[in-house]
Design a protein around this ligand. Structure first.
Ligand SMILES: Nc1ncnc2c1ncn2[C@@H]1O[C@H](COP(=O)(O)OP(=O)(O)OP(=O)(O)O)[C@@H](O)[C@H]1O
Length: 575
């Protein structure tokens, strides 16, 4: 397929933008063939697959946080001990200590490979994943993170990557297929037709091995639904609907039995092999899972104690003087040894030092064995990150927004769809979910009707005397606060939806005031109905419904009370 058919810029020989490329991908992807090679007609099209694989490198990552010093009520002369876990790094502020969460971590993750971060609880696995995914404050993170040797712009990373959280925040009454379809409508650009979105969802269902569960509801405590492993794969599916180039996952196998965990990692391997970099943290992988991993980083108190392939683990520990017994699981042995060393007075310092010298040695050996590799890496023409991304898109990756600016990073849109499309998709999903849980809605409706009637009995048959007018004002104040507290009952659901929403609109979306407002809107359909039901009941019972003005006044009072309440809660939580 000729790209020039689509873009006048390309016809003029100008490098295509991400948007133009995406348009080509969109037009070229047939519903039944989601990933195929396009003839782009510009230099990067001649790049064979994996000739220039993506390489995510991180060097000397150091991250520390300031923690308040504990107020010690017992003076040291009475035997009070200072805390040893917190490392004091000469902080200028006498009231704060600095806790080092990552200490000089370096490594490399490659396209087509699965990289796993291992370590005991609290060793810094999630912190490392967060640092790589640009989810922690840049000012406090030292070191460099590059993709194909180029520093990564935050916005670009957001578009080409995905982050899968540990918790599955899904709507219980939607089926697997519907959940992924809503994600497609939300995350894929409007310019992509519905049939292509459906095709992407179907391809994803197959990729995730969810064909048999496609029409099953997600479920929750009260409704039977998909299994834990399937649930986790749906969570992954939501985040990879746009087929990201880099995928970060925080403990994707936690809480799963070994078979489900293996299936999840197998799916991740498939995703990596489709041309993505996959970086995840994992607790004690089984022997079978270990066989799927390509690179490991073991952490202990934020420091690297091993970095390399699983195959090199036995040699590493043998040379360190602690050979792994044949019958033992390698990672279990390594993690147990690290824990034992952590409990010794010297800690894991010896292992950290040994790892550093071992890595140097390995690099030296590699260079001696193949001196040409260094020369090749210097003399071989390198593909810029922009071209590498373009080539990846041409292979069908990254179904995302369509910008128009020539410069790639500045043209990357933060959000695939405009604000109002997102609101429409989320409201539709929210209503579908509520419709399938009528009992819950019925109970809440009953509760507001009864509350309305009880309130009305206190203001029964008001007259038109000054006292009656005063009582009416009291009634409105009372009704407003009752409405607010009735709405407060829905706050847990409201907040949960907000977290799902946050994830879907990328990590920092909640900082945008419009999104705070937008979220207030999302919960409105059901709550507004409840408020109106409450208003109608009290009106009818009190006998105030005499005039249209009275009704409108009451209606707007109720709406603004609800609006103020929900916006306040959202804004407060977003701080
Ligand atoms: N903002 C913070 N302030 C102080 N300490 C923090 C902060 N964030 C994380 N920590 C600490 O940093 C350490 C590493 O946390 P992290 O969540 O990365 O560990 P982890 O290896 O992922 O643990 P787990 O496997 O239990 O999830 C922990 O001791 C944690 O308490």
């Amino acid at each position: 397929m000729e790209l020039k058919e689509y873009s006048p810029r390309i016809r003029r020989g100008i490098n295509p933008t991400l948007g133009e490329l995406l348009k080509c991908v969109e037009d070229a992807q047939s519903p039944d063939h989601d990933h195929h090679i396009l003839e782009l007609g510009f230099p990067c099209s001649s790049v064979p697959r994996s000739s220039y694989p993506f390489v995510l490198s991180f060097t000397n990552l150091t991250y520390s946080v300031k923690v308040g010093r504990k107020v010690n009520l017992i003076p040291s002369c009475f035997g009070a001990k200072s805390t040893t876990a917190e490392v004091k790094l000469g902080s200028s502020n006498a009231n704060t200590n600095t806790k080092v969460l990552l200490n000089g971590i370096s490594g490399e993750a490659r396209e087509g490979e699965l990289m796993a971060v291992l370590g005991a609880s609290g060793s810094g696995k999630s912190t490392l994943i967060d640092a790589l995914a640009d989810r922690i404050a840049k000012e406090s993170l030292k070191g460099s993170i590059t993709l194909n040797g180029e520093a990564l712009d935050s916005r670009l990373l957001k578009v080409i990557s995905a982050y899968v959280m540990q918790d599955d925040l899904l709507f219980p009454m939607l089926t697997v297929e519907e959940t992924l379809m809503f994600s497609a409508e939300f995350r894929l650009p409007r310019s992509l037709s519905k049939s292509k979105k459906k095709a992407r969802v179907q391809a994803l269902i197959d990729q995730l091995g969810l064909r048999n569960a496609a029409t099953t509801v997600i479920g929750d405590e009260g409704h039977r639904g998909v299994s834990g492993g399937e649930r986790r794969r749906v969570s992954i599916g939501i985040d990879i609907i746009h087929d990201p180039i880099v995928l970060f996952l925080d403990e994707p196998t936690s809480g799963l039995d070994s078979t489900s965990a293996f299936m999840v990692v197998k799916v991740l391997q498939r995703i990596a092999q489709s041309g993505s970099i996959v970086v995840m943290s994992i607790h004690q992988p089984s022997y079978r899972i270990l066989s799927l991993l390509d690179r490991l980083i073991f952490l202990s108190h934020g420091q690297t104690v091993y970095g390399g392939s699983p195959a090199n683990l036995p040699v590493f520990f043998r040379e360190f003087g602690h050979p792994i017994p044949e019958t033992e699981n390698r990672t279990e042995f390594a993690l147990d040894l690290i824990r034992e060393l952590e409990e010794t007075p010297g800690g894991t310092k010896s292992l950290v030092e040994f790892n550093k010298s071992w890595q140097l040695n390995k690099n030296q050996q590699r260079q001696n064995a193949d001196p040409n590799s260094l020369i090749n890496s210097i003399t071989r023409p390198k593909l810029s990150l922009k071209d590498a991304i373009s080539a990846s898109i041409s292979r069908g990756k990254l179904v995302s927004g369509a910008p128009n600016d020539p410069s790639l990073s500045s043209s990357v849109p933060t959000f695939a769809n405009p604000f109002w499309i997102e609101i429409a998709v989320i409201s539709k999903r929210s209503l579908t979910n509520s419709r399938r849980m009528p009992e819950l809605f019925g109970i809440r409706l009953g509760a507001v009707l009864v509350t309305g009637l009880i309130l009305a009995t206190m203001f029964w048959k008001l007259d038109n005397s000054p006292k009656g007018v005063q009582e009416r004002l009291g009634f409105f104040a009372f009704a407003m606060s009752t409405t607010f507290y009735t709405c407060a009952e829905a706050i847990p659901i409201f907040l949960q939806e907000r977290y799902i929403f946050m994830r879907e609109t990328a990590y920092n979306a909640y900082r945008r005031s419009s999104y705070v407002l937008a979220h207030s809107l999302i919960s409105i359909p059901s709550l507004l109905f409840l408020s109106l039901a409450f208003a109608a009941t009290t009106f009818w019972a009190v006998g105030l419904a005499g005039g249209v003005h009275g009704f409108l006044f009451f209606f707007f009072t109720i709406c603004s009370a609800f609006w103020a309440g929900s916006s306040f809660v959202t804004s407060f939580r977003a701080l």
